[in-house]
Design a protein around this ligand. Sequence first.
Ligand SMILES: Cc1cc2nc3c(=O)[nH]c(=O)nc-3n(C[C@H](O)[C@H](O)[C@H](O)COP(=O)(O)OP(=O)(O)OC[C@H]3O[C@@H](n4cnc5c(N)ncnc54)[C@H](O)[C@@H]3O)c2cc1C
Length: 378
Amino acid sequence: MTHDVIVVGLGAMGSAALYHLARRNVRAIGLDRFEPGHERGSSHGRTRIIRHGYFEHPSYVPLVRRAATMWRELEAAAGHRLMTVTGIAEMGHPDSTLVKGTLSASREHRLPHEVLTAHELMRRYPAFRLPQDYVAVLQPDAGFVEAEAGIRAHLRLAGAAGAVVRTSERVTSIEQRGEHVRVRTERTSYDAGAVIVTAGPWTKSLLPDLALPLQVTRQVLLWVRPPQPELFRTGWFPVFMIESEHGIHYGFPLHDDGLLKIAKHHHDREVVDPEDYNRTVSQADESTVTGPLFRMLPAAAGPVVATKTCLYTMAPDEDFVIDRVPGQERIVVASPCSGHGFKFAPAIGHALADLALTGRTAMDLRRFRLARFGAMAS
Ligand SMILES: Cc1cc2nc3c(=O)[nH]c(=O)nc-3n(C[C@H](O)[C@H](O)[C@H](O)COP(=O)(O)OP(=O)(O)OC[C@H]3O[C@@H](n4cnc5c(N)ncnc54)[C@H](O)[C@@H]3O)c2cc1C
């Protein structure tokens, strides 16, 4: 065998896993069907939100804390900034999933936070116009991570530590054969002691026997030029999420280019085939984001100057999938998406390296087990 571990897919998760393997002096190779920075998966674009008071479930909080520390360690190794702390404002009706969940996680884990009325929030951040019965949970330690730069840093440092990176090489099959795994690509085949499958939207099709209940949905991102840019300046304006009767909308402080990035979480839950879906953003797509959001954030209501599509790989319970494949334990599968995985990439990459090399990890990943789906390799 020429490799100890093969990583299939070098987006947020695979690039981090490859880095953590290479740091342990393991002979690791990473394969991706596209080039880094491509726009076909889930990890492109400049930024992703990192937040600690995890509304989805309090059990994510230790993992976010670990990831935040590891983003700082990666910054130090890479020699440039990868995480910017801006604080976050999470807003909605007191009974909304976002507000209730954020408060529950913050209280359980004693995270620093304050709760403001809509009026107080609008006094502090005049860009917002919220219904008067809304509240805002503010947390100081949230912000954003640099998405594509983070992936580039992981890959560059993995390469420097001895990992092999092969791009524009599509994997066609993955198979455990006794004490090793064989990964076939369009060009050749590789044997290794273990494989980590971090193929994002293509995970299900690469492991067909697992019958993973994952669905890929089309997402839309917009960049607008706000008429009042001074109300959104980085270093003062927080990242934000607002839950209304139209769902959860979110956005970032002003980029250096004077643009605001805004979107709707679960754009319209349209299930698509990652090989072939509509990557053109329509007027209707734009209105899904700007209609509700500009009413609550009128100072942002400027022209849309750029758009992109992106994919979420959704588990039915909106949690992650991270596990060894039952009966084929040399295959580790990770789909930490469901629309909220990026922030965890360094911590999950570390855990994936653990799982591939030793079969276990100190990180508590029980929530993400395959057994919850009754999934079995055939
Ligand atoms: C619009 C949008 C906004 C988001 N916002 C946030 C946020 O604010 N905060 C947050 O934490 N998370 C956020 N997320 C989620 C986060 O981006 C994802 O969880 C994360 O990017 C998933 O990374 P991944 O490595 O699993 O998948 P991907 O990035 O899709 O990587 C999979 C890789 O596998 C490769 N691949 C697939 N098939 C093959 C094959 N056969 N052979 C070789 N290579 C293959 C692909 O080319 C790809 O590079 C957002 C996602 C989207 C789409």
